[in-house]
Design a binder for this molecule. Structure first.
Ligand SMILES: *Cc1c(COP(=O)(O)O)cnc(C)c1O
Length: 334
């Protein structure tokens, strides 16, 4: 494996820190808890999509594109980071936002990531929940072509094999940091959604032979669907690197018991997780992804699932989305 063979634009702040979180760890039965701070990747608030976008922008620029086209839920962090990557490379950015949660709240629809998308100069079009988003991407790309532009379509979450290379790189970076610190990692825990982060980690760890299990905590799909999506993308990513044979089905593990009422819908468990992390470590997690994953981490930790383990939780960012959930959180902030 040799990542330098792939075109890459460089704008992420790397390596991101690997920090101990002993006060949160002590509260949840994971005394050796560490946080990999991918909320600190640096692009317009940072987050996990920035690593993927380095490889996606590399490909887009190599192909001569002048317009990025992508999609996400209204409070998508991926969309915000894509809009920033476009601005930084002098490209236009066409965004399609799916009204996936059905929320009509002013903050949800205007603050948080939406405010930032607009500040970053992206063109935004909203479509109802349940719309065929791949068809919308194709339609928008066609419109860009019709007016003489050169579109580059990035799938939701930046989750294809090229984007997942960003998390192959993260796996290498994390293992090197742990080696330098003399830290033996027993398990990595991450939120898993459009699957690129989880799949890239699995492929990267498999290719370097690190033998560290990754537990994805789901935010949308049921376990079987999520594991199948992650496995498929991990295989595609390893194949892009010439080593499909190294990824096996058992390497993909997801727990989807903490989704609650659905994607982007928060509950008291999520708010409690956000408060606990903020008040023990000063860490800001997000309502849609990391808050749900930390809710799962807390529940599993307290059940003893990580007994005697050194656990690295990957902080994938998203705190900008908090501002879209002011109304939901207002009553629970004491
Ligand atoms: C997109 C996102 C995730 C999920 O990553 P995927 O690669 O889509 O699975 C997790 N956390 C945050 C904050 C995100 O924005």
């Amino acid at each position: 494996m040799h990542l330098a063979r792939f075109p890459r634009a460089r704008f992420a702040h790397l390596p991101t820190p690997l920090e101990a979180a002993p006060r949160l760890g002590a509260e949840i039965g994971v005394p050796r808890l560490f946080i990999k701070r991918d909320d600190c990747t640096g692009l317009a608030g940072g987050g996990n999509k920035t690593r993927k976008l380095e490889f996606l922008l590399g490909d887009a620029l190599a192909k001569g594109a002048d317009t990025l086209v992508t999609q996400g839920a209204v409070q998508s962090n991926h969309v915000r980071q894509t809009a920033a990557a476009a601005a930084r490379h002098g490209m236009a950015c066409e965004i399609i936002l799916e009204e996936r949660t059905g929320s009509k709240a002013v903050d949800y629809n205007g603050s948080g990531n939406v405010l930032l998308d607009r500040l970053l100069g992206a063109s935004i079009r909203n479509v109802p929940g349940g719309t065929d988003m791949n068809a919308e991407l194709a339609k928008t790309a066609e419109e860009v072509r019709a007016r003489g532009g050169k579109p580059y379509v990035i799938p939701g979450g930046g989750s294809n094999a090229i984007g997942a290379l960003g998390y192959v790189d993260c796996a290498i970076e994390l293992v090197r940091q742990a080696d330098e610190q003399g830290l033996v990692i027993d398990r990595i825990v991450t939120a898993t959604g459009s699957a690129g982060t989880h799949a890239g980690l699995v492929a990267g760890l498999a290719l370097i032979g690190a033998n560290i299990p990754v537990l994805g905590i789901g935010v949308r799909a049921p376990k079987e669907t999520q594991e199948a999506n992650v496995h498929k993308l991990a295989l595609e990513t390893a194949a892009l690197l010439g080593h499909e044979d190294r990824v096996t089905r058992e390497m993909t593990l997801a727990n989807c018991d903490y989704v609650g009422a659905g994607y982007g819908l928060i509950d008291e468990g999520v708010i409690d997780a956000l408060k606990l992390a903020a008040r023990t470590e000063g860490l800001l997690f997000d309502p849609v992804y990391t808050g749900k994953a930390v809710k799962g981490l807390i529940a599993l930790g307290r059940e003893g699932a990580f007994k005697n383990e050194t656990v690295v939780f990957l902080h994938t960012g998203g705190a900008q989305g908090l501002f879209g959930y002011h109304g939901e959180m207002e009553g629970s902030l004491r």
